[in-house]
Design a protein around this ligand. Sequence first.
Ligand SMILES: O=C(O)CCC(=O)C(=O)O
Ligand SMILES: [Fe+2]
Length: 343
Amino acid sequence: MGDIDPAFIQSTEHRPKAKVVEVCEIPVIDLSEGRKELLISQIGKACEEWGFFQVINHGVPFEISREVEIEAKKFFEMSLEEKKKLKRDEFNAMGYHDGEHTKNVRDWKEVFDYLVENTAEVPSSHEPNDMDLRILTNQWPQNSPRFRETLQEYAREVEKLAYKLLELISLSLGLDAEKFHGCFMNQLSMVRLNYYPTCPFPDLALGVGRHKDSSALTVLAQDDVGGLQVKRKSDGEWIPVKPTPNAFIINVGDIVQVWSNDKYESVEHRVVVNTERERFSIPFFFSPAHYVIVKPAEELVNEQNPARYREYNYGKFFANRNRSDFKKRDVENIQIYHFRILD
Ligand SMILES: O=C(O)CCC(=O)C(=O)O
Ligand SMILES: [Fe+2]
């Protein structure tokens, strides 16, 4: 490859530094810990201090994770022509995509997205008064039943883990374990296969630009290459998340930030690429149904601690994001702070 397409170039302030210190500060939490109170406090502390943690002994069978990795690799090795048969578009956001923009700069990656439920209703448009709905549907490659079966099985397993984590997070906030479970009936949760090819310009481009996840929480599997960086809350430094074998990385998404009324923050993260090794990662975005109204939990709001967010409709937020993920636009896409009530 010769010159870099300018669409990929990050502005100077957002370019990755050539040298990053290899530190592993993100807490690692053992979910097989039998003392539940201890587990809840570890999770609460990690959510407060980092918005990120890793889990081990999480119950997702290793073989399933391994098989998904193999299927993901095979998928992205297919010709562009084959992959483009499953291309996602403005009407159906599920399938293959290689032109995603984060904050209006193109990401150095290819993705394949699928819903945990095979279909899901979403608003037809981001316009607040447009009540029309449409159906998103998974797109699967033909002649590859194994791909579909493996990915669906994986989604079911990770979903179980996501519910378990949501319970622990709710308990850590002093809320009922199942306080938010109802929001995930008709969920919009999806799994993304991320493929980051090697990049001849790793100092200019990013695999994914800095962003916060709009999910309630994200359960991410990464391979052993590394590249994910988290913005440390204490000083704004970008801290690499060192790959831990058989661990999942969990991060608080925008929805938990709002539900917790800012006790937990959806922290910015990004992915750096490199010249030597391609990388795969698989996030599961645990997200509610389109009709869910997201607002701070009433138990956490009082006169001393008033609600810090206006309520919003998750489906409209999703539709808005989706619109701007596709092409470079002149304005910043929708962000959770747009709903913040200013003091
Ligand atoms: O690849 C990764 O490690 C993280 C990807 C990510 O943040 C995302 O897809 O939202
Ligand atoms: Fe993310």
